[in-house]
Design a protein around this ligand. Structure first.
Ligand code: EPU
Length: 421
């Protein structure tokens, strides 16, 4: 397993290009199963989760051709089987996203039940309830979800809880259902909207995009000749590098991003003392050599502060001036990074879903590891400001969601290297 070694103390500066959003690329790749006409998708990030998704589609018989610019040409007309096997689903829960498209288009799906997860229990009951309301027959057997339907029927779905992939699965399923589906209390994340725009380009009829009520008028088939779609830039990758720069007192400009998908994060960075300037597709952050002030954050579904930025802000608060409270409301167990940061000298106390963080002057390097993607990234950020060489182990989590993290940080002046095992 590769490791990263970070020598703390460098101030980050310079420019950086943001990759396409992982959490948009994954559902959009799954959505290609809804059509028999080839599509081309651009701005695909270079990530392990993308490779896993391509492998998943490939094993079903879908043809994928990737060029050197990470444009992916997908032809799902060659599909031969409708299974997402355990060995792939267990490494990537987002595999559940093939369930809706398969049952809607082919009337059958066999998807391994995603098991436990490092950040909480993460059930998929809302995905299944919605499909059942649309007429699917669902059986759980041998660790698999077996779904069957002649043709799904439009339904009114009121989601009990806001769920990102749940909204995406049901929206995809509804595009080919007979009649109209209304999804209420839908997730409003920009990645959900990106998927909806993609589906509409394939011929779907979705309205209410970006609101919490989606209306989907089912159509008989999907697919458009010569369709090319570019994935939305990754707001969490953007936020992660901005926090990294803020922690080091630096000044960076991130390009190829969408500032309007990061309002809550940028507000918190300003509160921490950063000067933020934005253009249509860039963000400049300048800390003017200063240390950040502590900022309290409370995670919640979009447009509130994202749970996927919580660990990074915990890292920043650990060395900021003052005391902050970080409240996690989306996942019940997403503080795995705290114990590791404590080993680096952070003063953080956990009280149920709150982390009370008293900023310290310095962190000190230590060997650390984490069991989820954003937690691992936050340890890299901690390493950037720690005294000495921090060794971050199990970085396959980082490779699932950050495109060439060590190259991008090195480009900004960080001393970081990957050590193969
Ligand atoms: N939930 C249920 N039942 C369900 C579905 C969800 O109770 O059927 C609960 C979850 O347990 C959780 C809450 O609803 O407490 C929200 O979970 P959600 O379903 O929104 O999460 P997700 O769709 O599994 C996506 C992202 C995550 C991100 C969350 C929240 C993808 C592929 N994953 O997960 O991204 O944290 O939304 O914004 O889009 C990451 O990129 O590191 C990551 C974990």
């Amino acid at each position: 397993m590769d490791k990263l070694i970070i020598t703390g103390g460098e101030k980050l500066s310079g420019e950086l290009r943001i990759s396409g959003a992982k959490n948009s690329a994954l559902p959009i790749l799954a959505a290609t199963l809804l059509s028999k006409i080839p599509v081309s998708i651009g701005n695909i990030p270079h990530l392990h989760d993308i490779t896993t998704t391509m492998e998943l589609l490939g094993r079903m018989g879908v043809q994928l051709v990737v060029d050197e610019k990470m444009n992916v040409e997908v032809d799902a007309s060659t599909i031969k089987n409708f299974e997402a096997p355990y060995e792939l689903v267990r490494t990537m829960r987002a595999s559940i996203l093939v369930l809706g498209p398969l049952v809607a288009h082919y009337g059958t799906a066999h998807v391994s039940f995603p098991g436990g997860c490092a950040i909480g229990t993460r059930p998929v009951d809302l995905h299944l309830d919605g499909l059942i309301k649309m007429g699917a027959e669902i059986k759980i057997e041998g660790g698999y979800i077996h779904a069957k339907a002649d043709r799904l029927k439009g339904a009114r779905l009121v989601l009990e809880k806001i769920t990102v992939t749940g909204t995406e699965n049901l929206m995809m399923a509804a595009t080919l259902a007979e009649g109209t589906t209304i999804i209420e209390n839908a997730a409003k994340e920009p990645e959900v909207s990106d998927l909806a725009y993609f589906l509409n380009k394939m011929g779907a009829k979705i309205s209410g995009i970006g609101t919490d009520i989606l209306e989907i008028e089912g159509v008989d088939q999907l697919g458009t000749e010569n369709l090319h779609f570019d994935i939305l830039p990754d707001r969490i990758e953007t936020g992660t590098y901005l926090v990294a720069a803020a922690m080091t007192g630096g000044q960076i400009t991130v390009k190829n991003t969408r500032p309007n998908t990061l309002d809550a994060v940028l507000e918190k960075l300003k509160e921490a003392g950063a000067e933020i300037t934005t253009g249509e597709d860039w963000i400049k952050l300048d800390m003017k050599d200063k240390k950040p002030h502590s900022v309290s954050v409370r995670t919640a579904p979009y447009p509130a502060f994202p749970t996927d930025m919580q660990a990074q802000f915990t890292a920043m608060n650990s060395i900021a001036d003052g005391v902050s409270v970080i409240t996690e409301t989306v996942f019940e167990n997403r503080f795995m990074h705290v114990q590791e940061m404590q080993r680096m000298g952070a003063d953080i106390t956990l009280e149920s879903n709150n982390a009370i963080c008293r900023g310290v002057n310095n962190l000190t390097a230590a060997p650390v590891m984490a069991t989820d993607l954003r937690a691992s990234a936050s340890l890299v950020l901690a390493g950037l400001v720690a005294k000495g060489d921090t060794l971050v182990d199990r970085i396959y989590h980082i490779d699932r969601g950050y495109d060439h993290i060590e190259e991008k940080l090195a480009q900004l002046g960080a001393t970081i290297r990957r050590v193969p095992n």
